[in-house]
Ligand binder design. Sequence first.
Ligand code: HEC
Ligand code: HEC
Ligand code: HEC
Length: 177
Amino acid sequence: MMGRAVAGEWLPLNGDGIHDPRSRALRILQQPQEALQRLTPDNAGNQVRWVQALEKGEIKPREKLFPGTKVEKLDLDIILDVKGGMPAVRFPHRPHTEWLDCSNCHDALFARTTGASKISMYKILQGEQCGVCHGAVAFPLTECARCHSIARPGTKKLELPAGIDPRIHQMTGQGAK
Ligand code: HEC
Ligand code: HEC
Ligand code: HEC
């Protein structure tokens, strides 16, 4: 589903390493380039700013399969204060519950009590917690400032976890956008 993008272009289905290039069924599938190029662009991940594409009505995904399913949305920001030099993290429930059900996160991934889940960047980078989705089906973990979006006045130095590319210095402290 998430065709990988190279230099602003989406790979064709017969060269994306996911689909069988010999399959005749490829002809009836829409090419990612055709489907995605009209949506609000991003410079990371699969190059679509999905939250904005939804807000602007560029896409209208079906909310549920079964008429009886209850769709729950929540407009509640959680601020996770990071000890150390990084800007604090704003976790916005609203854009998440536009796409997801509460049960996608509660209570297996996260507790319903702010501060109870012991969230850490190490676990996230291991593909746990926020990293279950970010870097897999949502924007990648290299976009530090999209999560660490609350600047901390007076902060001078960042303490980077081992293995983090120092280029991220440029991306921090820019605010949520
Ligand atoms: C993408 C993951 C995700 C989804 C989906 C999600 N939440 Fe949360 N929720 C969180 C995180 C992360 C926290 C903070 C946990 C922590 O700090 O330990 C949280 C915290 C909460 C809290 C605690 C608030 C407080 O003041 O302490 C409540 C209540 C809550 N969520 C309800 C919901 C409901 C209701 C839904 C569905 C409408 C929902 N959540 C969907 C991730 C999610
Ligand atoms: C998907 C959201 C997300 C992204 C992207 C992200 N972080 Fe984090 N980060 C978090 C959360 C959540 C915490 C834990 C906050 C807390 O302490 O409750 C955290 C914590 C941290 C901490 C504090 C130490 C620790 O291990 O908890 C550092 C340092 C950090 N992040 C650095 C980075 C850097 C550098 C990047 C970019 C390469 C980055 N983060 C990208 C969500 C994110
Ligand atoms: C169950 C999957 C899932 C988990 C877990 C999850 N996210 Fe997300 N997140 C998404 C999806 C899907 C989107 C919308 C698509 C995108 O922006 O790539 C999103 C969007 C966001 C956005 C909004 C970006 C914008 O453009 O406005 C932020 C900020 C964010 N996530 C932070 C976090 C943080 C911090 C955590 C962990 C505390 C977390 N997410 C955990 C799936 C998840």
